[in-house]
Design a protein around this ligand. Structure first.
Ligand SMILES: Cc1cc2nc3c(=O)[nH]c(=O)nc-3n(C[C@H](O)[C@H](O)[C@H](O)COP(=O)(O)OP(=O)(O)OC[C@H]3O[C@@H](n4cnc5c(N)ncnc54)[C@H](O)[C@@H]3O)c2cc1C
Length: 452
């Protein structure tokens, strides 16, 4: 194994970099050796670093970059089961699986995440209301624990439930067996419609979301007055083969995985590019250019699920200070809290152009898994916005009072005292960790900040 380098490590939001020894194991034995020798400041697994905050960094300790362990071991093309290393990306899986007629069961808004990161954060996609989170499709995994042993972990066990959403703190996932989703084509059939305001949006989502496997609403958080919460809904499902026009290129190669990639923005962009005014223009344009209603449009998978992946390093547009992604969920029945929060964000004039609202279905078994049945809103905010910390603290209190929670994979600033109210299984998680890892081998900046 090459000698580890000490480098600054950040999350996707590029706030709060901390220095750590970056180790890239190329075998399970090297991973075990890295865990055994990670030293007093411990270690944490890292995938592709798409968690926005400090979940995959570890100041003064070791960070295990797991992307060197990225083999696909076996695919059963009849049953759609896959055995792969945890460091393989969802992008790679799509390249390999789509031609075989299979797709990942859950994908987040970027396909540049690893399977290990998907389990660590127990990620959700646009299909949570139908399919639940990623771990609901995980059949088992192999976990390297603090004692250097490797455990086969199956569904329905405490270690499974603590690891799914456990932010890498129970150990290093080495391999995963996953149940896949069958598809006939690599295209989506998409319905788009506009909602005039927040109530209109919630009504449309409540009334018709069950008809769609995938659903998401882009929401204009700078709109005010009668337009507060106006949105563009895009919902759809995998297009069946007979939906593709006869004789078309798509019909001839229905399972071809097509992606586009634009040039990356320059490494340093002028500060102040994203002002309320520029974002306000962008939002206005985005809303107006969306059709009032368009049904059955065929879109490539990548355009529907991962529009931002077409722009490498798009996170640089927020300038040197980086950005915070704030994502929370409040349960059904707490729509008033959601309305108040949306109104406060709009009043605060946060220049946020990547805000999305989704409906979650049933909660998942992971003890620190984020989704609960309700409404989730995610928005990006430049980290340098004056007064941001105090403002988000106030929103956290509103979320907690409504029985909701913020998403740890996006977090870089939550106060620890609110955590137990947001995650009722926190004590179980802490107890299991204390037994499994009594010397605190697995630790991250997130874990120290929130006393996980
Ligand atoms: C543009 C964009 C859109 C996104 N959209 C969504 C979305 O729609 N839904 C959603 O849920 N999330 C979303 N995310 C967040 C992202 O899916 C999660 O943060 C995911 O965990 C990132 O995976 P990663 O491989 O980059 O892991 P990292 O960011 O490197 O690590 C994330 C966590 O997983 C742990 N981990 C990583 N590998 C392992 C392993 N082998 N064993 C044990 N633990 C491990 C780490 O310790 C850390 O706690 C989005 C992120 C971006 C940048």
């Amino acid at each position: 194994m090459p000698a580890p380098r000490t480098v600054p490590v950040t999350g996707w939001g590029r706030t709060a970099p901390t220095a750590a020894r970056l180790i890239r194991p190329r075998s399970y034995e090297e991973a075990a050796e890295a865990v055994r020798t990670c030293g007093a400041r411990g270690g944490i697994a890292r995938g592709l670093g798409r968690a926005y905050g400090d979940a995959a960094q570890n100041a003064g300790g070791a960070v295990l970059d797991m992307t060197g362990l990225d083999r696909i071991h076996a695919i059963d093309a009849d049953t759609g089961t896959l055995l792969c290393d945890a460091g393989v990306s969802l992008h790679r899986l799509m390249e390999v699986l789509l031609p075989l007629g299979w797709f990942v069961p859950v994908t987040p808004g970027t396909r540049y995440v690893t399977v290990g990161g998907a389990i660590g954060a127990d990620i959700h996609g646009k299909n949570h209301h139908v399919s639940g989170s990623f771990s609901r499709h995980v059949l088992s995994f192999e976990l390297l624990t603090a004692d250097g042993g490797v455990h086969s972990v199956g569904r329905g066990t405490p270690l499974f439930d603590a690891t799914c959403g456990g932010m890498g703190l129970t150990g290093v996932i080495l391999t995963v067996t996953l149940q896949l989703q069958p598809v006939e084509t690599a295209l989506m059939s998409v319905d788009t419609e506009r909602a005039a305001d927040l109530d209109d949006l919630l009504a449309r989502l409540s009334a018709t979301d069950h008809r769609y496997r995938y659903s998401v609403a882009w929401i204009d958080l700078l709109a005010r007055g009668v337009s507060l919460g106006r949105a563009v809904l895009t919902r759809g499902d995998h297009a069946p083969l007979d939906a593709l026009p006869a004789g078309s290129r798509a019909r001839r190669r229905p399972l071809a995985f097509r992606t586009t990639r634009l040039p990356a923005p320059p490494p340093v962009l002028p500060e102040g590019l994203l002002t309320r005014r520029t974002v306000g223009w962008f939002n206005e344009l985005w809303y107006r250019k969306a059709p009032r209603a368009r049904m059955g449009e065929l879109q490539p998978l990548a355009a529907f699920f991962h529009p931002l992946d077409g722009v490498p390093h798009w996170n640089r547009i927020y300038g040197r200070g980086g950005f915070v992604q704030y994502q929370f969920v409040v349960g059904y029945g707490h729509e008033d809290a959601l309305r108040r929060i949306v109104a406060r964000i709009s009043e605060r004039r946060c220049p946020s152009f990547l805000a999305v609202l989704k409906r979650f279905g049933d909660a998942d078994p992971g003890w620190l898994s984020f989704p609960l049945p309700g409404w989730t809103l995610a928005l990006d905010i430049p980290a340098g916005l004056p007064g941001l910390a105090a403002f988000l603290d106030e929103l956290d209190e509103e979320v907690a009072a409504a029985g909701g929670r913020v998403y740890l994979a996006k977090d870089s600033r939550l106060r620890p005292d609110l955590l137990a109210a947001m995650y009722p299984r926190l004590d179980d998680f802490r107890d299991l960790r204390a037994r499994l890892d009594p010397h605190g081998v697995f630790v991250s900046d997130l874990a120290r900040r929130l006393a996980l």
